[in-house]
Design a protein around this ligand. Structure first.
Ligand SMILES: Nc1ncnc2c1ncn2[C@@H]1O[C@H](COP(=O)(O)OP(=O)(O)O)[C@@H](O)[C@H]1O
Ligand SMILES: [Mg+2]
Length: 372
């Protein structure tokens, strides 16, 4: 391998997730901005049914073209590190030598993208990839585990209760009574493992609470109910592996009663303010908490950490971590870095470097006993 060979970056987008379209937009921005003098992009689209595709010709580099192309090829990545790369699946292609990839950038949000599942496949395949590993991705996706880890790390959270859908179906009144005794109205009800505010609702009385739980139970077998926080919504970006850094925070000025699905994707009633107008003390608190949140789940590469700053008390309360945040040019994650002095193209460059660094570090681990 010569030094001037371009690194082949597999950009994976789409996927079996409610955030399929957002992923296409993020990937398009990344493919447009990536430094083509250093990197060769291999676009890999996953359809909503889970089929993996790439394009036969380089002109179909952009996500929409790969998805629509008449010339698309079926490909896959197998969990066999000796066949590191993409394998053709179309008739006559099985014996084709596989096409090595140096780094994979899974630009996938939500289910099968941000939850550790594709990260598991990429670990098995032995390819460096951008972002968090299996553990951080799955803990970051699960709102219950995430809260438990954050509590242990000393972060401030809204009070919460959680239960299984099967508990709810068996003894709903006991659950309503438990919530009433431990939390005060209003509360937020959420499926534990989803995103984009899908299945999230605010409940101000027991009728609304029952409806909200039944709705959340359509999406997940684990449900979390938490105390509503009356505050501003502040987001901060984190970048790095073992010694991560935090960006300046930004604010979401919500258009609806809360930052719900319609606000995010339908009428875009919310606006953002970058950087957020906050005191130096609060900015530093938020940045320190964001780094604590990231390291507490053993994050890698990137994450966006979302907070509330309570109106009355100015307390900084953590809401959640997103291990593959939206990544279009106008998304909060890159906008916050832009405001902090790292351009969009440089961000991509750094993330690829971090992926290689993490892979090299993990490759040092012995996987079986050896005498000292
Ligand atoms: N405890 C809470 N107090 C106040 N608002 C909340 C609370 N939990 C969620 N929300 C509102 O609901 C939105 C979505 O909830 P969130 O937990 O971030 O779910 P998702 O992972 O789907 O983004 C938040 O951005 C916020 O507007
Ligand atoms: Mg959120």
């Amino acid at each position: 391998m010569t030094n001037d060979r371009k690194l082949r970056i597999g950009v994976i987008f789409g996927g079996r997730s409610g955030e399929h379209e957002v992923s296409l937009r993020s990937a398009e921005s990344i493919i447009n901005a990536i430094d083509k003098t250093k990197y060769e992009v291999v676009p890999i689209g996953i359809t909503k049914h889970g089929r993996w595709l790439t394009a036969r010709n380089a002109s179909a580099l952009l996500p929409q073209a790969v998805m629509a192309s008449q010339e698309q090829r079926s490909v896959t990545i197998v969990g066999d590190p000796t066949r590191r790369g993409l394998m053709g699946l179309d008739a006559g292609e099985q014996s084709r030598s596989n096409e090595p990839l140096d780094v994979i950038f899974p630009v996938l949000h939500g289910t099968y993208g941000e939850d550790g599942t594709i990260q598991g496949l990429l670990e098995m395949a032995g390819v460096p990839y951008v972002g968090c590993g299996v553990l951080a991705s799955s803990v970051g996706m699960d709102k219950i585990l995430m809260k438990q880890v954050f509590e242990r790390a000393g972060l401030t959270l809204a009070d919460y209760e959680f239960f299984l859908r099967s508990d709810w179906e068996r003894e709903p009144e006991a659950i309503v009574a438990r919530i009433n005794s431990r939390l005060s109205s209003p509360v937020f009800v959420k499926p534990a493992n989803l995103g984009s505010s899908v299945g999230v609702s605010k409940a101000s009385n027991n009728t609304e609470l029952r409806e909200a739980i039944s709705d959340a139970a359509r999406y997940d077998r684990r449900i979390v109910v938490e105390q509503a926080v009356h505050g501003r919504e502040i987001e901060v970006s984190v970048l790095g592996n073992d010694n991560p850094i935090a960006s300046l925070p930004g604010e979401i000025i919500v258009g609806h009663e809360f930052y719900d699905y319609a606000d995010k994707y339908i009428d875009n009633a919310s606006r953002t303010e970058v950087p957020a107008k906050l005191s130096k003390e609060i900015i530093e608190r938020i940045q320190a908490d964001a780094v604590t949140a990231f390291t507490s789940i053993d994050g890698a590469g990137l994450a966006r950490v979302d907070f509330f700053v309570e109106h009355e008390t100015e307390r900084v309360i953590i809401n959640e971590i997103n291990t593959m945040p939206g990544f279009t040019q106008i998304s909060m994650f890159p906008k916050l870095w832009e405001a902090t002095g790292i351009s969009y193209a440089e961000l991509i460059d750094r993330l690829i470097g971090l992926a290689i660094e993490r892979h090299a570090d993990r490759s040092r681990n012995l996987t079986s006993y050896q005498a000292r």
